[in-house]
Design a protein around this ligand. Structure first.
Ligand SMILES: C[S@@+](CC[C@H](N)C(=O)[O-])C[C@H]1O[C@@H](n2cnc3c(N)ncnc32)[C@H](O)[C@@H]1O
Length: 320
């Protein structure tokens, strides 16, 4: 049996019998006016963070959701895109698709605004998305891509890139690992399916995204996910996994490399009226400017510029 077959078996199991708390992290559930999430969807929340960022969904985007689970995030996305077929959710596991369709029907009973036609649940998988090139505004996946072996992860990222319109966004939430996961755990297919042993380090994960063509990556959250303890996982020392929420943009990669925003800011502390790096960054004295990590590296070479630490939160935004 391949690891992907083991994954499919595992998700057949948890589609038929909800496994409460399987992947979730401690966070406040998204509460929106007139949105009721059916209990069964809450029980089947198999995500490890969130991919639904309300401030960015105002234009009723078409969303391709990979790995539907119980349909929770498909429902949340449809809150912002209330039209037939606006959300296309693919999953290769028959029982999971059946559960999602059932749950979405319950959601329609509990939410006046929602019609099940808003979410089209389709057979398909991350490596061959049944959608044309450049056809969607957003691709989202939560707690799935970490399961894939690295080369499969790159295939899935390339597929996401292919179906996104130029400028479109890949929104993801995945566990990452604070150090390399030892091989004996990586080879354990069940732990991999449980999102516990396929995670890459932060650097390897973000580099895979960039290698797939995404020119800008923004980190939206980074927090503790699970601890693999020394005794139970046969490790030299405890191993902390973190959950990472990111948004990656299908924009060209700059000649000097992609921009990864982790919440760093640059502040000019010099005596001039302003500082201009002649690369698009003008700093006013004492006023922080959000910068990507590449720019932080460049500006950090100047004594009169202070670079603040990563907050692990950046969403563009602006001043005032
Ligand atoms: C950890 S669950 C996450 C479900 C959902 N994203 C959530 O947040 O609740 C992984 C999901 O991916 C599906 N899946 C497994 N292998 C897949 C593949 N190769 N392509 C797409 N989906 C897959 C599983 O059936 C399951 O629905």
């Amino acid at each position: 049996m391949t690891y992907l077959e083991a994954v499919a078996d595992f998700y057949t199991e948890v589609a038929e019998t909800p496994d409460v708390g399987l992947c979730c992290v401690q966070s406040t559930p998204l509460k929106l006016p007139d949105l009721t999430v059916p209990l069964v969807m809450q029980e089947m929340n198999y995500g490890c963070g969130t991919t639904v960022h309300p401030a960015e969904l105002g234009e009723s985007p078409t969303v391709l959701y990979v790995g539907v689970g119980g349909g929770l995030e498909a429902l949340q996305f449809s809150y912002f895109s209330r039209r037939p077929g606006a959300i296309i959710a693919v999953d290769p596991v028959d029982s999971m698709r059946e559960a999602a369709v059932r749950n979405l029907k319950i959601a329609a009973e509990e939410n006046e605004w929602f019609d099940p036609s808003f979410v089209e649940v389709k057979a398909g998988d991350a490596f061959a998305i049944p959608m044309p090139d450049e056809s969607v505004d957003v691709v989202a996946q939560n707690c799935l891509f970490n399961i894939f072996e690295p080369e499969d992860l790159s295939k899935a990222l390339s597929e996401a890139y292919r179906v996104l319109k130029p400028g479109g966004r890949l929104v993801m939430s995945d566990p990452i690992s604070t150090r390399e996961i030892p091989l004996h755990l990586q080879k354990d297919d069940r732990l991999r399916a449980l999102c516990l042993s396929g995670a890459l380090t932060y650097d390897k994960y973000t580099q895979r995204i960039i290698k797939s063509g995404f020119g800008q990556v923004e980190v939206r959250a980074r927090r503790p996910y699970r601890l693999l303890d020394q005794k139970n996982y046969n490790l030299d020392e405890h191993l902390l996994l973190e959950s990472l929420d990111t948004v990656s943009f299908k924009v060209p990669i700059a000649p000097d490399g992609a921009c990864v925003f982790t919440g760093k800011m640059a502040v000019y502390a010099g005596a001039e009226q302003y500082f201009d790096d002649n690369a698009g960054h003008i700093l006013q004295p004492g006023v922080p400017l959000a910068i990507c990590d590449k720019t932080a590296g460049n500006l950090g070479k100047f004594d009169e510029i202070v670079i603040t630490d990563s907050t692990w939160y950046y969403d563009g935004g602006g001043c005032c």
